[in-house]
Design a protein around this ligand. Sequence first.
Ligand code: HEM
Length: 509
Amino acid sequence: MIILILVVLAVILFHYVKRIYSFWERQNFPYDQNSKIPYGCLESVAKHKKSMGMTMYDVYLRSKERFLGVYLLFRPAILVRDVDLVRHVLAEDFASFHDRGIYVDEEKDPLSANIFSLEGKSWRDMRIKLAPLFTSGKLKAMFSTSEEVGDRMIAHLNTLIPEKGTMKIDLKEIFTTYAIDIIGSTIFGLDINSFENPTNKFRNIVRLSHKNTHPAAILGMLLYLFPSLVKFLFRKFGLKNPVALEMLKIVKDTIEYREKHNIVRKDMLQLLMQLKNTGKIEEDDNFDAKVTKKAGSFIENISIETITAQAFVFYIAGQESTASAAALTIFELAQYPDILKKVTEEVNRVLAENNGKITYETLQKMEYLELCINETLRKYPSLPLMNRICTQDYQIPGSDKIIKKGTNVLISLFGIHRDPEHFPDPEIYIPERFLPENSNYNPKAYMPFGEGPRHCIAQRMGKINSKLGVVKILQNFNIEIMPKQDIEIDNYSILIVPKGGVNVRLSKK
Ligand code: HEM
């Protein structure tokens, strides 16, 4: 009897799964023929061979369709390849795609309620509240902190690199410490120096979140694909993100200390305290957080957990992307002597005109450096795969096909940025392609910071700190030219992580 029941269940399951895997055929959509039971197109992610971003790049490459049905394990999803349609999804038709559809539980797990994951009205309210954090006035006020961290990076490199000869340096590691210290200081308000003290509390917590294990990769995939299941399991077993909990302790202690001693510092924590106490961040350059909240106003809802959730996502979104952009720029310069010469001459000239001082304004004057950073972010977009969830049935323009509510929509930014149709010779590093008079690329296809209302909120901050890091290196060291090569992208993380670091040989000037 038991055997019979098991056989019947197996047959039902078999037909159920077969039915899921015929979804796109039944909808008459073009679909990826390589999506096979049980992983769909995610076999290399499930087997921990490739990251999700690079796996979807493979799917992008094996099709020429405008849009393509795929299966993510047992979930039908759409990969949008056509850049006009991408822009519809991200910007023009935002009303149908305003959420990312990833795990968030505002009610029971406020530490998960960060601006990246928040949905609908909660996201919009938070976005409006946080926007004043990243004005140029605020960034200028915080620039001196970034510069101090840059100087500590140079002091550290000076202790490593010999007086004569070159030394191989993993710039990814160096710039990660640089970016973490900038975020630790400007966002968490900590007085840290991870170059001198690499085992400080903040750096150690950060290491926890960099684990590359097979279970971590599977969990990452589930958080992304089955947010409701994860929500259910987290609630059932009272699970919380351990890194966010550690961050919460740090934020609580720092806020308490500042409030007790009436300390006002020009950093983002101060502005987040302002948000907590007053319900908004001042548009001007006022960093004071002492204004008291009015009883019964909506701002009652802003808790330390909510503040920490935002600080935490700024750390996640900010450090890896800033570090990669800076490290990969130097990596490319080391392969193109003419470009290296041109950018070094520009840096030397602009600094000479400004008494050798690097300021927020001097960085804006380095126009060729801007082109180099643009080209780095083209070749290596920090977020290789973007996604949205369809929030209301949507008819694809120029087609009779409907994307159903609840469908995951994927955009392979890596695929688009390396598509010769949009960027001729995509493997070659050509900063000049962005010159207005050359413009040998499709501007609609270039979106390193995303597009539409959910584009990167800290674009300016990411760029300025990457530029500053590159300028500090060019100012202080010679970069040894090396043969042309590409980096291998590691098999984990939703961001681009270069496997084995980014190694370049440097010598003292
Ligand atoms: C070179 C550096 C950076 C790059 C290339 C980058 C890229 C991106 C991209 C592609 C997105 C997704 C946009 C979309 O879905 O349309 C994004 C979103 C976001 N980024 Fe950045 N980013 C960088 C630096 C930063 C920094 C420094 C921070 C914070 C301090 C940050 C915070 C965020 C946040 C909070 C979002 C989500 C915005 C929302 O959903 O409203 N990013 N970023």
